[in-house]
Structures are given as C-alpha cells and as structure tokens.
Design a protein around this ligand. Structure first.
Ligand SMILES: Nc1ncnc2c1ncn2[C@@H]1O[C@H](COP(=O)(O)OP(=O)(O)OP(=O)(O)O)[C@@H](O)[C@H]1O
Ligand SMILES: [Mg+2]
Length: 217
C-alpha cells in the first residue's frame, strides 16, 4: 500500500508547523524521518496515521494506483506506535492482544497471533507478567508487539528507541530490519540517532522548514 502526501499544511494556534509536505511513500522498505526538536515529525506521523487531520493539502492511500476510501478497513491496515507506550494493568499477553480483541478475534487464533507478535519482539517469556512491571525497553517492545499483532501494512514508529538502552535498541532495530526482510510492512519512523538512521533507512528524509527533503535512496 502506497501513501502519497500532497502539500500537507498544519498550524497550531496560528503558527505554521507543516508548511508544504509532499512525498510519496512507495509501499515497502524503511523510511527514516529526521529533524530538530519541534520541527513537526510527530505531527506528520499523527496526520499520516489518520489520528489528526491536516489544515491544508491531503493524503491518499493507494493499492495498485487505486485510491482507498478512508474507512475502518483502511485504519486497520496502518498503526502508530508512540515513544512512550501506555499499558493496561494486565498481562503482557492481554496488552498485546488488545488490537485483535477489539477487532473481534478470540480463542486459539488470538493466542497464536499474540504469541507470534510477542515472539517477534522477544517477550514470549514475559507473556504472563503484568505489563506495568516491565522495564521501559520491554514496554516499548510490547507497544511494537501490540502494533504487529494486527499485521499492519504500514507501521509508523515515533522515536521507537527514545530512552531505551543499547541492548533493547539493538533488539528494536533488528525487529525493524526483519520487517524489511519480510517485505509485508512498510516502516515510517523518526529518530534523533544519526547512526541508527544510517543503519535502518532505505530512504532518509529530512524535515526542514515545514517540508520534507529526500536525502538518500
Ligand atoms: N496539539 C498541539 N497543540 C499545539 N501545539 C502543538 C500540538 N502538537 C504539536 N504542537 C507544536 O508543533 C510543533 C511540532 O511538534 P512535533 O511534536 O511534531 O515536533 P517533533 O519534530 O516531533 O519534535 P521532537 O523531535 O521533539 O519529538 C511544536 O512546536 C509543538 O509544540
Ligand atoms: Mg516528536
């Protein structure tokens, strides 16, 4: 699934944050968006994941060139993971299962999909532990598991390794690397870590004065 942004504009309290963002995400690989604090990266991810509407311009999701209607079915194919994942006061398993349960899945299929997602992020052995007792690195991986459980075609990751130690950062980077190998999920992420961006990016994007500049293919 492709995502095409045309002339996206967003203001907060009369102050422009995104001025003219145009870009075509081609549907595969890893895109890394960089730029200074407050330049609008998170804002752009919220708009792209349909959590917030732009003030101007538009975005279109496409399958083989056909624009998709922005309905629940489309929203189920994309998901955003925030830098500090919130968790429910229940087991890691039930936290990871949330997205599938609200979509009506239950029984053995639910268990299989959740176990798969927890396994991908290396938390299978923590399945029964209360999520509030996980370390922050583990919590961040749980947030990714919750997102991966639904099998998204576009995964937006906003600073997935912010305040995460080296070991967990390596795990999260390898999850992102494996998604690329798997080829089913396009990742669009932000980071302040230049080395990480170099390691992960197929395409490195720079946010500058409210618009996107393409740095590398
Ligand atoms: N809901 C909001 N109301 C008012 N201002 C907002 C809102 N959301 C974001 N902003 C402002 O928009 C600007 C861009 O914020 P954003 O969080 O997108 O930046 P960022 O590039 O993600 O920064 P960082 O690297 O620090 O995460 C900031 O000045 C921020 O204060
Ligand atoms: Mg941000």
């Amino acid at each position: 699934m492709k995502l095409v942004l045309s002339h996206i504009r967003k203001d907060y309290n009369g102050k422009p944050v995104l001025k003219d963002c145009s870009y075509a995400f081609k549907g595969s690989g890893t895109y890394v968006l960089m730029g200074p604090n407050g330049c609008g990266k998170s804002t752009l991810l919220r708009i792209c994941s349909l959590l917030e509407a732009p003030d101007g311009g538009g975005l279109v999701f496409q399958d083989d060139g056909t624009p998709l209607i922005r309905d629940l079915a489309l929203r189920r194919r994309i998901t955003l993971v925030l830098p500090r994942t919130g968790v429910f006061n229940t087991t890691a398993f039930h936290n990871a299962a949330y997205g599938l349960k609200v979509r009506g899945m239950g029984g053995n299929l639910l268990k299989k999909e959740v176990d798969r997602a927890l396994d991908i992020v290396g938390l299978a052995h923590k399945s029964g532990q209360n999520a509030r007792t996980l370390s922050s690195g583990e919590t961040q991986r749980l947030g990714i598991a919750r997102a991966l459980a639904i099998g998204p075609e576009i995964l937006f990751l906003d600073e997935p390794t912010a305040s995460v130690d080296e070991e967990n950062t390596a795990i999260i980077e390898s999850i992102i690397g494996n998604l690329k190998k798997d080829g089913r999920t396009m990742v669009i992420m932000t980071t302040h870590d230049t080395d990480q961006a170099e390691r992960l990016a197929d395409t490195l994007l720079l946010m500058k004065e409210g618009s996107i500049a393409d740095r590398k293919h």
